[in-house]
Design a protein around this ligand. Structure first.
Ligand SMILES: O=C(CO)[C@H](O)[C@H](O)COP(=O)(O)O
Ligand SMILES: [Fe+2]
Length: 220
């Protein structure tokens, strides 16, 4: 049975009480940290100093999602800061293979993300360099958006290519993941699920995480 992972996104957490907000999601698999630079996406969140501090206090490993330009320059520093995985956007990296190798050399899992409109086909040859492919299921930049069903065929095509080449990388989905949408993403081939508003918007985050696990595993 495939191990399904739930990574809550602190984008929907209370940024003034991050330490307490991290304690609320202790039953999750990792904490998803959205880094935005107001250039690659029209929003600004946090950067290296805050990620370093989150790493010090978080009971969970850090799954860092970089929505920043010039990923080649910045991403390795997040790996050196102790992130368990660092995901850069394909649209923001000029040398993705070199970058993935640098991330792995620095001790992190290497992830590459695709915007909803970015096809996976140009990147099939480099999937072997990655530990994770992130298929964005909303336009990156903001939490609380609706899941885009138009991304499902891309998830299926990526999953088929991964199976066909017998590669170990996993598919992560991010954006609009709720109890209603998670099964569609799981059936298409995703095994790692980022959920911001559906976890942090709930009164009981642990119950929300558990409900997502149950909904995703109906398929298995
Ligand atoms: O990368 C992101 C946005 O760019 C966030 O991780 C994502 O939107 C999570 O929020 P929600 O689950 O509320 O959609
Ligand atoms: Fe994200």
């Amino acid at each position: 049975m495939t191990h399904l992972r739930i990574n809550p996104s602190i984008l929907s957490a209370d940024f003034v009480n991050l330490e307490a907000e991290l304690q609320r999601i202790g039953s999750a698999d990792a904490v998803h940290v959205d880094v935005m630079d107001n250039h690659f996406v029209p929003n600004l969140t946090l950067g290296l100093p805050v990620v370093r501090r989150i790493r010090e206090v978080s009971p969970l490993p850090l799954d860092v999602h970089l929505m920043i330009e010039d990923a080649d320059r910045w991403a390795p520093q997040y790996a050196e800061a102790g992130a368990a995985s660092v995901t850069f956007h394909a649209e923001a990296a000029t040398a993705p293979v070199k970058l993935a190798r640098e991330l792995r050399d620095a001790g992190a899992k290497a992830g590459m993300a695709l915007r909803p409109a970015t096809p996976v086909e140009p990147y099939l040859d480099l999937l072997g360099e990655l530990d994770m492919l992130l298929v964005m299921t909303v336009e990156p930049g903001f939490g609380g958006q609706s899941f885009l069903d138009l991304t499902l065929p891309k998830i299926r095509r990526a999953a088929k290519a991964i199976r066909g080449a017998d590669l170990p990388l996993v598919i992560q989905v991010d954006g609009g993941i709720t109890e209603d949408t998670i099964l569609r993403a799981a059936e298409a081939g995703a095994t790692v699920f980022v959920a911001g508003s559906s976890v942090y918007g709930a009164d009981d985050a642990a119950a929300a995480i558990s409900a997502l696990r149950t909904a995703a595993s109906r398929k298995h």
